[in-house]
Design a binder for this molecule. Structure first.
Ligand code: SF4
Length: 189
């Protein structure tokens, strides 16, 4: 399973590929060393899913581990509504929907389809506003683009692959104070 990509890291890879490397380096350490308030809030939101308390509908699948051999992806879905075929990712607040978040939803969808579930629609659910936001199902062209992105992810080498360092991103990055690529101060400290 070494080449399998964790779906939850796709958005972070677009934000900064080096953050995935730092995540792997620091994943065994105390999270309070680097987790800022927004990330802690996101973790708490996902705890309700992981504890399966977000929905009481009998036809909802919650926090299901998923995997795709074809795309070499693995992760966990938030909610799959079996009666409508809707795959939903819950977020506390969604000021923007980033391409990486859509890739994560596509990745979950591809895993579910390979596991035999019929996914008919995709959506984000914004908890703070109680809003459901529909996301288009990917076209074949979208999936080709997604596969190229996965290739880029797999070929990234933190020692040799060049990547842009953007201080505006660094100051919002949870690894900022631990990162050897920048002297920028983290806005959360
Ligand atoms: S601090 Fe900057 S360079 Fe380092 S991982 Fe974060 S975004 Fe990337």
């Amino acid at each position: 399973m070494n080449d399998y990509i964790q779906i939850a890291t796709l958005n972070d890879f677009i934000f900064c590929p080096y953050s995935i490397y730092l995540h792997n380096v620091y994943m065994e350490t105390d999270e309070s060393l680097f987790k800022a308030a927004p990330q802690t809030q996101g973790t708490l939101v996902h705890q309700t899913i992981d504890n399966k308390t977000a929905s009481h509908r009998a036809d909802d699948l919650l926090s299901l581990p998923v995997c795709s051999e074809q795309y070499q992806l693995m992760g966990r879905i938030d909610v799959f509504r079996k009666n409508t075929g809707t795959l939903i990712e819950r977020k506390y607040q969604l000021r923007h929907i980033y391409q990486g978040q859509i890739y994560q939803l596509w990745g979950q969808m591809l895993c579910l389809c390979e596991m035999g579930y019929k996914v008919l629609s995709l959506a984000f659910y914004e908890i703070s506003t109680n809003k459901m936001i529909s996301i288009a199902m990917p076209t074949q062209e979208d999936l080709n683009r997604f596969c190229k992105f996965l290739e880029q992810y797999r070929s990234f080498d933190p020692a040799t692959t060049k990547f842009p360092i953007n201080p505006n991103k660094c100051c919002h990055c949870i690894y900022c104070n631990l990162c050897d690529k920048t002297d920028t101060e983290n806005v959360y400290t």
